[in-house]
Design a binder for this molecule. Structure first.
Ligand code: NG1
Ligand code: ZN
Length: 575
């Protein structure tokens, strides 16, 4: 049925008549929306086959995240709510490019071989292995104009394989991940359950806190004219923004209109982080330097905070609080809370391992802060959430963020069980010494409850701008911090990120979390020499992008001039 239905979704051709080739990049297939129907139809089939193989529901999101509005893309969500196994990216690519019926049948047959199952670590076995449930796929899309037609293609592809499809309409990427994650665990997984969970976690994190200061309470949110706008409005409602008493956070949503062509257009987290400028729309130029602002991207899986530079040298240049700063803030709070929990003796045997996972793009000052000041382990992974998330899962509590603002905190199942068990003991007054000793531990109990609340406010499946905002706001409120105090954690080293266009970026191969070039011969030695000339704090690397046909050069140094000069030198070496 599938191969027959595929005739309605032919592979498009480029102007020279050759079929367009589609590749699965850092985050799925992504290109111009008007050529994607065949790919999305076939991805519907991949999601359905993946569901059949795992015996669990999978997910598919039609989105191109921070890309321009004319683009679209498709991200596949594995049955545990995480990313598709890397081996299956190749299967998806084989099916997307299969030239005819036989090639399609062969690609699907390969996916179905038991050796290719790659079941996720936490996958529960199908309830009735001998009589597996019919495949089931959750589907969502962002606000792009090509979204409805492409979502219909995804649905057709999955149904042609025999899957039932739950079309959730407009959703952020992390919402869809959460739906699949929750359904896998047998939890309520409707959109309302997602909002309720986040809001409950947030309210409990800030329990007892008050915020009478209007300026401290309000944040201005740049929604990138994307799907995050409507969802943030719903979230604001869920945390009780409109109720008059007890409101501790009020969100002023900007760039919500979603007029044609406005998505990610000089707005959104990617723009703000890369340009270090306030969004060009939404009247940000009228805000003062004390106003806390946050930008999300087109599918609301990234967030960066910012404020106007107090010196006002350029009216739109901003002080950025990027993914590194968010990770440092969250890790600090987790470490604080665990320290305060110590009198409860809940996490000593064995001690909880807390870690932060970064990529090579993390500012060196953040790595130094986490390691030397916070005393928390810091690991470095390859670029892309599919590499960071599994690294974070190696810790009991793993905080991971890419510098661009994509990340979350992962509490292992065992850690959550230990937190729950400790809360049960506290509630039963059964902490060895009995009720009186527990009452002596008021602060420890408050810390324990806040830790539990944080596990609820955070999206456990994947990085999520909505839950990220709640967690950052709750931590700032609890610490009594504004952006100045947050910024004082550490000062970023001056850095530059530059794109270099080369004939063939694949000649560059890298190792050691992408920080060292293996090929072409001599390139790394030349980079080392350049770095050596720039003294203490200098660091640089070059790697081929996984989402664009370019090489990314990154350099940092003790001074702005040094970083710029080092970046220029490394670009010269690459070129
Ligand atoms: P590439 O193009 O592979 O560097 C970019 C981002 C990643 C990640 C992916 C997916 C940088 C340096 N790289 O990957 O962090 O977000 O896109 O969207 O920002
Ligand atoms: Zn995104």
């Amino acid at each position: 049925a599938f191969v027959a239905a595929s005739d309605a979704y032919p592979i498009p051709t480029s102007p020279d008549g050759a079929p367009i080739r589609f590749s699965y990049g850092t985050a799925g297939f992504r290109t111009r929306g008007d050529v994607l129907a065949s790919t999305v139809f076939r991805c519907g089939a991949v999601a359905a086959v993946r569901s059949a193989v795992t015996g669990r529901a999978t997910g598919i999101v039609v989105t191109a995240s921070h890309n321009p509005e004319r683009d679209n893309g498709v991200k596949l969500v594995d049955c545990d709510g995480g990313m598709l196994p890397v081996a299956w990216e190749r299967h998806a690519e084989a099916l997307a490019n299969a030239p005819g019926w036989d090639a399609m049948r062969a690609a699907i047959a390969t996916m179905r071989t038991p050796a290719e199952a790659h079941l996720p670590k936490h996958a529960h076995p199908p309830a009735h292995a001998a009589d597996p449930p019919p495949p089931h796929v959750f589907l969502a899309r962002d606000t792009r104009p090509t979204g409805p037609a492409l979502a219909a293609a995804a649905k057709a592809g999955a149904e042609a394989i025999g899957a039932s499809v739950t079309d959730l309409g407009l959703m952020t990427t992390p919402q869809l991940h959460y739906v699949v994650y929750a359904s896998h665990r047998g939890w309520p997984s409707a959109e309302a359950d997602y909002f309720a969970r986040l809001a409950r976690g947030f309210r409990r994190m800030v329990a007892g806190g008050t915020n009478d200061d209007d300026e401290r309470r309000s944040i201005v949110v740049d929604c990138a004219n994307g799907v995050g706008a409507a969802k943030l409005a719903a979230l604001a409602e869920a945390i009780g923004q409109s109720s008059s008493d007890g409101c501790v956070l009020s969100m002023d949503l900007r760039n919500v209109a979603g007029e044609s062509g406005s998505l990610n257009n000089s707005v959104g987290a990617d723009y703000v982080q890369k340009e270090k400028r306030a969004p060009a729309h939404g009247s940000f130029e009228t805000l003062g330097p004390s106003q806390r602002c946050v930008s999300v991207d087109g599918d609301a899986d990234r967030l960066v905070y910012f404020r106007k530079k107090p010196d006002g040298s350029n009216e739109n240049s901003v002080e950025l609080f990027d993914g590194d700063k968010i990770a440092a803030l969250v890790a600090t709070r987790v470490a604080d809370l665990l320290r305060r929990c110590a009198p409860l003796n809940a996490f000593d045997h064995p001690p909880l391992r807390v870690g932060v996972v970064q990529t090579a793009y993390a500012n060196g000052a953040s790595t130094a802060y986490i390691t030397n000041v916070l005393g928390v382990e810091c690991a470095c992974a390859n670029t892309g959430v599919k590499f960071l998330h599994p690294e974070a899962e190696k810790f009991d509590v793993g905080v991971y963020f890419e510098a661009n603002g994509h990340g979350t905190a992962v509490f292992s199942d065992a850690t959550i069980e230990r937190i729950d068990a400790a809360i049960e003991r506290v509630d039963a007054g059964a902490d060895g010494g009995g009720r009186s000793s527990i009452e002596q531990c008021t602060d420890a109990v408050a810390a324990l409850r806040e830790l539990k609340a944080m596990t609820e406010a955070i999206n456990p499946a994947v990085g999520d701008a909505l839950s990220g905002i709640l967690v950052v706001e709750a931590v700032l409120l609890a610490k009594g911090w504004g952006l100045t105090e947050w910024g004082n954690m550490y000062a970023d080293l001056p850095s530059r990120q530059v794109k270099v266009t080369v004939l063939d970026r694949s000649v560059i191969s890298v190792t050691n979390a992408e920080r060292v070039a293996v090929t072409p011969a001599g390139m790394q030695a030349a980079i080392d020499q350049a770095v050596g000339r720039h003294g203490a704090h200098a660091r640089a690397f070059a790697r081929p992008s996984g989402t664009e046909d370019i090489v990314r050069v990154y350099a940092e140094a003790a001074t702005e001039a040094g970083a710029a000069e080092l970046a220029r030198e490394v670009c010269g070496i690459v070129y």
